[in-house]
Design a protein around this ligand. Structure first.
Ligand SMILES: NC(=O)c1ccc[n+]([C@@H]2O[C@H](COP(=O)([O-])OP(=O)(O)OC[C@H]3O[C@@H](n4cnc5c(N)ncnc54)[C@H](OP(=O)(O)O)[C@@H]3O)[C@@H](O)[C@H]2O)c1
Length: 229
């Protein structure tokens, strides 16, 4: 574990990214908060430097991760971008850009991806993206984009990445600090639900950066009985 890192968060104003910014700065890390409109929850904290970056601009992403605008290069980058409606080409392109730049700079990458990239809990051969119990037709394209994003990571041999799949449901909530961690299979909590708050997902993200595991694909689910395992 590196005591105080400089963590870049791409998608820093989003549901996930803003919680990762909060969690990382609360642990004493410096945060470079990247998005096209870097305002909102990321503004005003001394450990947080908001920088405007369009993920489509490879040069700007490189400058931001190399630290040209924020006074120091990043030790790790969290990728948490999303578009509405889903744009698979953008997601895959941005993921490749971040992996390329991070490999050049020697930076670890944590991709906050999708639950669709996991295996089904009751059938390991069935991707969650193809499982109608978890992915109804109207979000099939979102799930497929997450799968394509994971394949992009897998095809990138040069970079140090980890892909974190949320459980089926991820929404704003409270920070308990607890969660259960798994690898490539969707987890169901003790209450029968595959769910976590964005706050607890952020705890898992920063834990993974503070104490990197050897798994490339990880997932988490809510777990309130005891602190994180
Ligand atoms: N159950 C699940 O599997 C599940 C559920 C929810 C989310 N997720 C995943 O979690 C990740 C984050 O999602 P979220 O809900 O936090 O997204 P979100 O709230 O929609 O936020 C998206 C972020 O991406 C930034 N962004 C969009 N386009 C950009 C661009 N061209 N350049 C730079 N930044 C850009 C936005 O800021 P600007 O618009 O200012 O640029 C914003 O900060 C995504 O990968 C999503 O698929 C998974």
């Amino acid at each position: 574990m590196k005591a105080h890192m400089r963590i870049a968060v791409l998608g820093a104003t989003g549901m996930v990214g803003s919680r990762v910014v909060d969690e990382a700065q609360a642990r004493g890390h410096r945060v470079v908060a990247l998005s096209r409109r870097p305002v909102g929850r990321t503004a005003g904290h001394p450990n947080v430097t908001p920088v405007a970056v369009d993920a489509n601009d490879r040069h700007a992403v490189r400058e931001a991760l190399a630290g040209s605008a924020s006074g120091g290069g990043a030790d790790a980058v969290v990728l948490a971008v999303r578009t509405m409606p889903v744009d698979e080409e953008f997601l895959v392109g941005t993921t490749r850009t971040v992996l390329d730049v991070a490999a050049e700079l020697g930076i670890r990458v944590l991709v906050v991806g999708g639950a669709g990239a996991l295996r089904s809990p009751d059938d390991s051969q069935l991707p969650v993206a193809d499982n109608t119990a978890f992915v109804p037709d109207d979000i099939k394209a979102v799930a497929a984009a997450g799968v394509a994003q994971l394949l992009t990571c897998r095809s990138h041999s040069k970079s140090d990445w980890v892909y974190l799949s949320p459980p089926a449901l991820l929404e704003p909530g409270i920070r308990t600090g607890g969660y259960r961690r798994g690898t490539d299979t969707l987890l169901i909590g003790a209450d029968g639900r595959s769910w976590i708050s964005a706050e607890d997902l952020a705890v898992a993200v920063v834990d993974e950066l503070d104490t990197p595991g050897s798994d490339r694909h990880v997932t988490v689910v809510h777990h309130t009985e005891s602190p994180s395992t």
